[in-house]
Ligand binder design. Structure first.
Ligand code: J2J
Length: 541
C-alpha cells in the first residue's frame, strides 16, 4: 500500500486542554456511543426508511456485519471509503459499519457524477467506493464502472441492492471479533465535503471529539430528546441533516431517525403523519414550499414542533410565511461543514427568529468580524466572518494552497461570509465575499463551472455569477463570449452536464456577450468582473 497523506486535525495544546476541561471533548467516539445506545435502548426504533425499521440493537448488529464484512473483504482500518448513498436505512448502517471497522467514510452527494466522485476518490486516496444500484432513476453501477476503469487505486466497489459484478453490501459477512478496538477520540472520523467557492470540493477532516460535541450540544439547543423523531429530508450526506442536530444528534439522544427519499411535501408529509415527526431541517425554498402545501394537505402535521431552516439566507418575510404556514417553531440555522453552526434559540423573541441567523453553539466559538484588511469592524458593521473554536477545523485535507488562503495565521477559518454581529452575538448574514452560487443550499463554485465552459471549443471566455431567483434564492448565470460560431445555450448546458457533473451545477441561464468589463479601467480581477456582470445584468432586468 503506497504511503497516503495522513489524516489529521490538530488544535494547539492549550486549546485542547481548554476544550477538554470545559467538557466539550469528552473522549467519546462514534462506535462508543452507538454501542452504548444499543445497550441502553436495545429495542427502541433507531432508524426508519422505506419499509425498513431497525432498533438500536439491530443497527449495532447490522453495522457490525457490514464492518466485519468489509475487513474480511480486504479493507484495512484507516482505509478511506467514498460513500454515495441516498436517503435510505443503508446510509446509516453502512456509515456506522465503517465506524465500527475503523474505516473512514468520505461523503459524496447522490447528485455527484464522475468528475466529482473521481476527484473525491483521488484526493482522499480512497481504495473503496460504496454506492447503491439505483437511486432516483440513476444507475450508480454505471458510474462505478467508469470510476473503476479510470482509477486503479479503487480496488473495492460495493453496491447496495443488485450488485451486478460488484460486491453486494447485503451479502457481507464477517466475524465481529475481528473488529478493531474503539478509535482515539482525537482521530479523524470521516471526511466531509466543502461547499467551497474555488475549484473542486475540498475535504474536511472531522474528529470524533469535535463532531460529537457539535451534535450533542445541538441536541440541547434544538430540543432533541429520546422522544424526538427527526426527519432527514435533505440529502443525508449534507452536514446540516447529519449534525445540526441531524440524524447523528438524534441517534446520540436515543431518538428516532426517519429518512425521506424526497424532500417535497408529497413524500415527506405522509411520513411526518405516519411517524409523528417532531423536527426537520430544510433549505429556504423547501420550507416555503412546505408552508404553502400545509394549507391544503390532508396529512396530519401537528406532531411537528421545530422546523429548522438553513443552508441559505431566509429573509424575514419568508421566515414569517414559514411560521404561519406550518404553525410550529422556526429555528434559523447558519452553519458550515467546516464547523461553526449558529442557531436561533427556541425561546428567542420573534424578531430575533425572523431577522437573524442565530448565534454560535459554543461559548468557546470565537467570532471575528473584520474589514478587507483583517481589522475588526465597529460593532454592528458588516464584515468578513472569521471563526475558530472547539468544532471548527484548522486545515483541509491535503490542500496546502487552500489552507494558506482559508485560514489565518492564528487559526481562524475564513468563512467567506459577510455578516453583521448584533448584541448577544447574533449574526445576520449579509452576503459573501467568495464567488460561489448558493442554489437552494447547494454551493456551486463559479471557477469550477467556468473551467468546464472554457473547455468547449466554442467558448472564448466565461464568467459564472449568481442571480437572484424568487424560488431558489440564487440561480447560476453563465456569461459567455463565443469563439467563432456561437454555440446554442442548450448545447452549452448539455456540454457541462456531459462533463460528468452534478445536475445542479449546470448553468440555469446562459447569456452571450461580446466583451467583458468594458466599464473597467485597467486590469479587472475575476471577482470584480463577476460582480460587474451581475450588477449590470440585474440593473437591466
Ligand atoms: C445564509 N447563508 C447560509 C444561512 C449556510 C447547518 C446548516 C447549514 C450548513 C451548510 C451546515 C446559511 N443563511 N442560514 O453545514 O451544519 C451558507 C454560508 C456558509 C455555507 C456553508 C450546517 N447557512 N449558509 O449550509 O458547508 O455561505 O453548510 O458559509 O453546505 O452556506 O455551506 P455548507
Amino acid at each position: 500500500v503506497p504511503a497516503r497523506v495522513p489524516l489529521r486535525q490538530a488544535w494547539p495544546p492549550g486549546l485542547v486542554a481548554r476544550y477538554r476541561a470545559a467538557g466539550y471533548w469528552r473522549g467519546e467516539t462514534f462506535p462508543g456511543f452507538l454501542r452504548e445506545r444499543a445497550q441502553q435502548y436495545a429495542d427502541d426504533i433507531a432508524v426508519v426508511g422505506g419499509e425498513r425499521r431497525l432498533s438500536y440493537a439491530q443497527l449495532w448488529d447490522e453495522a457490525g456485519r457490514i464492518g466485519a464484512g468489509l475487513l474480511g473483504h480486504g479493507l484495512q482500518p484507516g482505509d478511506r471509503v467514498v460513500v454515495q448513498l441516498g436517503n435510505t436505512v443503508d446510509f446509516v448502517t453502512v456509515v456506522c459499519g465503517l465506524f465500527r471497522a475503523g474505516l473512514v467514510p468520505v461523503y459524496a452527494l447522490p447528485a455527484h457524477r464522475f468528475t466529482e466522485v473521481a476527484h473525491v476518490l483521488r484526493n482522499a486516496e480512497a481504495n473503496a467506493y460504496i454506492t447503491t444500484a439505483q437511486y432516483e432513476g440513476f444507475d450508480y453501477r454505471l458510474l462505478a464502472r467508469e470510476l473503476q476503469a479510470a482509477i486503479p487505486a479503487l480496488r473495492h466497489v460495493l453496491v447496495v441492492g443488485d450488485a451486478a459484478e460488484f460486491t453486494a453490501v447485503d451479502a457481507l459477512q464477517g466475524d465481529t471479533a475481528h473488529l478493531p478496538p474503539d478509535p482515539d477520540p482525537q482521530a479523524v472520523a470521516f471526511l466531509q465535503l466543502s461547499g467551497g467557492s474555488t475549484g473542486l470540493s475540498k475535504l474536511i477532516p472531522r474528529t470524533h471529539d469535535d463532531y460529537l460535541y457539535s451534535f450533542r450540544a445541538s441536541n440541547a439547543i434544538c430540543g432533541i430528546t429520546r422522544d424526538s423523531v427527526y426527519l432527514v429530508a435533505l440529502p443525508a450526506a449534507h452536514n446540516f441533516p447529519m449534525s445540526s442536530p441531524g440524524f447523528f444528534g438524534a441517534l446520540y439522544a436515543g431518538a428516532r431517525v426517519v429518512l425521506s427519499a424526497g424532500a417535497g411535501p408529497d413524500t415527506a408529509f405522509p411520513l411526518i403523519a405516519r411517524e409523528r415527526v417532531t423536527c426537520v431541517g430544510l433549505v429556504p425554498p423547501l420550507a416555503l414550499l412546505w408552508a404553502q402545501a400545509a394549507a391544503t394537505t390532508a396529512h396530519e402535521l401537528s406532531s411537528l414542533q421545530v422546523v429548522q431552516v438553513g443552508g441559505a439566507k431566509l429573509v424575514p418575510e419568508a421566515a414569517r410565511r414559514v411560521i404561519d404556514g406550518l404553525g410550529c417553531q422556526l429555528q434559523q440555522v447558519f452553519g458550515m461543514a467546516e464547523g461553526l453552526v449558529n442557531y436561533t434559540r427556541l425561546h428567542d423573541p420573534l424578531d430575533c427568529v425572523l431577522g437573524t441567523q442565530g448565534r454560535p453553539i459554543s461559548p468557546d466559538d470565537e467570532v471575528l468580524v473584520v474589514d478587507d484588511h483583517g481589522h475588526p469592524v465597529a460593532p454592528g458593521e458588516v464584515g468578513h466572518l472569521l471563526t475558530r473554536g472547539p468544532y471548527t477545523i484548522r486545515s483541509y485535507h491535503n490542500d496546502p494552497g487552500a489552507n494558506a488562503r482559508s485560514f489565518t495565521e492564528d487559526g481562524y477559518y475564513r468563512t467567506g461570509d459577510m455578516v453583521q454581529q448584533l448584541p448577544g452575538g447574533y449574526l445576520v448574514v449579509q452576503g459573501r465575499a467568495g464567488d460561489h452560487i448558493n442554489r437552494a443550499g447547494e454551493k456551486i463554485s463559479a471557477e469550477e463551472i467556468e473551467d468546464h465552459l472554457l473547455a468547449h471549443a466554442g467558448v472564448f471566455d466565461a464568467a459564472v455569477v449568481s442571480m437572484p431567483d424568487p424560488y431558489l434564492g440564487e440561480r447560476s448565470c453563465a456569461f459567455v463570449i463565443a469563439r467563432g460560431e456561437r454555440p446554442s445555450a442548450a448545447s452549452l448546458k448539455a456540454w457541462v452536464r456531459g462533463r460528468g457533473l452534478a445536475a445542479f451545477k449546470v448553468p440555469d441561464q446562459v447569456v452571450f456577450v461580446d466583451a467583458f468589463g468594458t466599464t473597467a479601467v485597467g486590469k479587472v480581477s475575476r471577482r470584480e468582473l463577476r460582480a460587474q456582470l451581475r450588477a449590470h445584468h440585474i440593473a437591466q432586468t
